[in-house]
Design a protein around this ligand. Structure first.
Ligand SMILES: Cc1ncc(COP(=O)(O)O)c(C=O)c1O
Length: 440
């Protein structure tokens, strides 16, 4: 007899089978997206879609208006400077000063086609800058596509799950890896995709001090800039609190600041990479052999970014420059709109825990984790692949944490951005049914 589940059992089974992936923890985001699209189409039922990290808010108007103006002025016909338009470079340096209290010259602020591209260029540079240091280190969990980028480049990386190494435990763990002498860079996002942990100043200082000691570059991915909603005032220019950063503790940093999430501007593929003043003009002789230039900043801009796309969309650069400027001028509180994600996460986490789920990454040391863009879930007695599979029958979709380098609990990443509050009632009903059908 066919099981009775909130979404038609046979339809869900058919589409899961069509994937031909016995363990759904190995499915990519796009495979889950495709299966859910097909089930929705056939059943007419709307899923609680938590698999994809896309913004769920309207794009920031200051950006779209500046971009429309730029297009009307005719910038579309002209190649932008590969480094980025001067307005964007100046406003990025100002933004970093105002909201991080870090000094950087506009020269080191470079336009990229999303942080995906900034990362790709930076990863290539660090992988070839020193023949003795051929391996990058990810502080996981992390953004799986960045590891895919390393595979495409053909460069080495290693990683560890930070879950058991928070606070001062991070020092010993990092040192055990760095002391081997083969590490060129340390990569992490903060707030973190997928776990939403936020490394604190003590931890960033450990990373910065060790980056100095072992002369490695820290690539700090700030895709969720200012989105630790536990802290008030992160969008107040020139005043503490600031977005925490490793740049307070080392000069060996490259930051990736994306417009996708914080300005809901993902569609325009616009970001900036900020390379510290010290690194921008630092010479790495091994770069010369591979790329024909030895300075790190010059190589990233005029060798790598030039080869990749010859710059970033001209009009979108005006958009990002305008948003950064409005923020620095105190005319645009960029955190306020995205606080919506924190509100959604708070309700959703309560519902999941009410019906037996555990939140895996739940603490930043002794502080409760912030409610934000993502959270992580596990269900007692069920591995990640089975959990994805079983939840699909209940109209809930999410992705495995395994591919993100999380190794201590086999669970899922849930993204709140696409879930409208009007769906909370459905979510509660479905989780309740799930819990009844899979009693703990
Ligand atoms: C940690 C992290 N880095 C980078 C990106 C990509 O940013 P962009 O859209 O600017 O390429 C994302 C997007 O989800 C992300 O979560």
């Amino acid at each position: 007899m066919t099981k009775q589940t909130p979404i038609n059992y046979d339809v869900v089974s058919k589409h899961i089978a069509s994937l031909n992936i016995p363990d759904l923890s190995k499915a990519t985001i796009m495979e889950i997206v495709k299966v859910v699209d097909l089930i929705q189409e056939e059943t007419g039922d709307k899923y609680i879609r938590m698999e994809m990290g896309v913004p769920g808010l309207k794009p920031e108007k200051i950006g779209t208006e500046a971009e429309i103006d730029a297009l009307k002025r005719g910038v579309a016909s002209m190649y932008p400077s590969i480094e980025g338009i001067p307005e964007l470079k100046v406003e990025t340096a100002r933004f970093i000063k105002n909201f991080m209290n870090i000094n950087i010259k506009p020269e080191g602020c470079v336009a990229t086609t999303g942080s995906m591209q900034g990362g790709y260029a930076a990863f290539q540079a660090v992988s070839y800058m020193d023949k003795n240091k051929d391996t990058a280190l990810f502080i996981d969990p992390g953004f799986p596509i960045q590891k895919q980028q390393f595979k495409v480049i053909g460069a080495k990386f290693t990683s560890f799950d930070v879950y058991n190494y928070r606070g001062d435990k991070l020092k010993e763990k990092l040192e055990s890896v760095l002391s081997k002498g083969n590490i060129n860079s340390i990569i992490f996002s903060n707030p973190n995709n997928p776990s939403w942990i936020c490394l604190n100043d003590e931890e960033l200082k450990i990373i910065g001090d060790l980056a100095n000691k072992y002369d490695v570059i820290v690539i700090e991915d700030l895709a969720y800039f200012g989105m630790d909603f536990r802290k008030d005032g992160l969008a107040t220019p020139g005043q503490a609190p600031y977005q925490p950063s490793v740049a307070n503790y080392t000069d060996n940093w490259i930051m990736l600041i994306s417009s996708s999430k914080v300005f809901s501007y993902a569609g325009q593929r616009m970001a900036v990479m900020a390379i510290s003043d010290k690194l921008y003009n630092r010479s790495y002789p091994d770069l010369q052999e591979r790329f024909g230039a030895d300075k790190l900043g010059y190589t990233i801009v005029f060798r790598l970014l030039y080869s990749l796309s010859s710059g970033a969309s001209h009009s979108a650069q005006f958009a990002l420059a305008a948003m950064l400027k409005a923020a620095s001028d105190g005319k645009f509180n960029f955190v306020e709109p995205v606080k919506e994600y924190g509100k959604r996460a708070k309700v959703m986490k309560k519902l999941f825990t009410k019906y037996g789920f555990d939140i895996i990454y739940d603490k930043d040391l002794d502080e409760d984790l912030a409610d934000g863009f993502y959270f992580t879930i596990a269900y007692p007695g069920m591995n990640g692949g089975d959990l994805i599979n079983n939840l699909l029958y209940y109209g809930v979709s999410a992705i495995s944490l395994r591919g993100a380098g999380s190794d201590h609990v086999d669970g899922l990443r849930a993204c709140v951005s696409q879930i409208a509050p009007a769906q909370f009632e459905d979510l509660e009903y479905r989780l309740k049914r799930f819990n009844e059908d899979y009693p703990i």
